[in-house]
Design a protein around this ligand. Structure first.
Ligand code: MN
Length: 312
């Protein structure tokens, strides 16, 4: 079963009803007409919206969607793919001096979001690979702690930021999406790192892609900031860039440390993630400490907050 939908002008709806006059069926409430062909069931609503559902809805849909709107759709797609292409890092960048940035904690109900940008010099890349720097998602908390110490020992410049829960919840209430928070965190880490390394040359900045580059730029513009010309985005960036991988480890290590600290603070170890086990833990914490503790340890807008009340 496929489905297509679009909104059409009144004239087109009239033409449609006439075109399908031999296929009309009982008209549902709120609809202008319903027709059934071998390809699809076509339902036209009073709002102008028309739904094509069935085995081959495209065949009916194509008859009505005008050439100009198809053209628009294609142009939009083309624009998106050029954007992707334009921000895609050149292959050579991964083996040169570059900056990489990654974040942690975005999918976890408890704890902050941490972000870290790392500057890696060409000659450090082999060493970092040798000590086992890789995507933090494949590593245990213990291994992450150990590797983060290594990274700091070999004096790789980095800039780390923690968005604590109070501030996170405040921004969220102001209407900031998590995407905007991440954007501003990455951008702050990167600019403070660039200040730190002063005149050290870098060929580019790689951000582990969490949204379309044009959205990233839009968030920056909304806070009157500009994107660095040499910024590139790629998904699963930690697999390509050792700087992003190192950033992912430092960000995760900081997140793990914050989770330990918050757990000690409230006298209950906190769970990562956002599963139903987290819901039960929230209920326990509310019982022990009251709901007023949550804004300082959790991302309140997650569905878990509501779900926890089932257990109370
Ligand atoms: Mn990431």
């Amino acid at each position: 079963m496929g489905q297509k939908a679009a909104t059409f002008p009144k004239d087109t709806l009239k033409q449609m009803k006439n075109h399908y006059k031999d296929h009309l069926e009982a008209t549902p409430e709120w609809a202008i007409f319903r027709a059934k062909t071998n390809n699809a069931v076509i339902t036209a609503y009073q709002s102008g919206k028309v739904l094509f559902q069935g085995s081959r809805p495209d065949l009916e849909f194509k008859k009505w969607i005008s050439q100009s709107s198809i053209q628009k759709e294609i142009n939009h797609k083309e624009r998106k793919s050029t954007l992707q292409h334009h921000f895609h890092p050149p292959e050579t960048l991964f083996s040169r001096n570059h900056i990489g940035s990654d974040e942690s904690g975005t999918g976890d109900y408890f704890g902050p979001i941490t972000t870290c940008a790392v500057y890696v010099k060409e000659e450090q890349i082999t060493l970092l690979k040798e000590i086992g720097i890789q995507d933090s998602k494949n590593l245990t908390d213990e291994k992450i702690k150990e590797l983060s110490k290594h990274i700091i020992e070999i004096e790789v410049p980095y800039s780390l930021m923690i968005l604590h829960n109070e501030k996170y919840n405040q921004l969220q209430k102001q209407g900031w999406s998590q995407g905007k928070m991440k954007t501003m965190l990455h951008a702050s880490c990167i600019s403070s790192l660039i200040k730190k390394i002063a005149d050290a040359p870098y060929e580019g900045i790689i951000i582990d892609q969490f949204c379309m580059p044009d959205i990233y730029e839009k968030h920056l513009t909304s806070e009157r900031k500009k994107i660095d010309d040499k910024t590139f985005f790629i998904t699963k960036a930690e697999n390509y860039s050792i700087a992003v991988a190192a950033g992912s480890i430092l960000a995760r290590a900081s997140f793990v440390k914050e989770m330990d600290r918050l757990g000690q603070l409230i006298g209950t170890p906190l769970l990562k993630g956002a599963s139903s086990k987290v819901d039960q833990l929230i209920a326990n914490i509310i019982r022990k400490k009251g709901e007023q503790i949550l804004p300082s340890i959790a991302k309140l807008h997650f569905a878990n907050t509501k779900k926890a009340h089932k257990y109370l």
